[in-house]
Design a protein around this ligand. Structure first.
Ligand SMILES: [Zn+2]
Length: 102
């Protein structure tokens, strides 16, 4: 747990900013502490028989779930585009489609 947190937050002085939505903040902390219902965490704690993801392309870790899972390819792509929009203030096409073509 400590080593993983260090990989994400390498400096003790780093101020972690959590979202205003409490349930989203709780999810962030659970991902950070490896205390989720993802298969890899469940396998480690003995509540799952396998650490493998349903997509069969790897262990269902937080990183796999958020970045690499082939089962959520479009959601991951949209999330990354929205994150890039927030950082660069460039509105991605898929973001427009997602919110204005319903
Ligand atoms: Zn997967």
């Amino acid at each position: 747990m400590g080593r993983y947190t260090y990989n994400v937050i390498p400096s003790v002085q780093t101020k972690v900013v959590f979202p205003f939505e409490r349930d989203i903040g709780i999810s962030y902390v659970k991902l950070l502490l490896h205390y989720t219902m993802l298969e890899d965490d469940s396998y480690r704690t003995g509540t799952s028989t396998t650490p493998a993801c349903e997509c069969r392309s790897g262990r269902e870790t937080a990183e796999h779930f958020l970045i690499h899972c082939t089962g959520y390819t479009q959601i991951i792509k949209d999330t990354i585009e929205v994150a890039l929009y927030i950082v660069n203030c460039v509105l991605p096409t898929s973001f427009l489609k997602m919110y204005f073509e319903r």
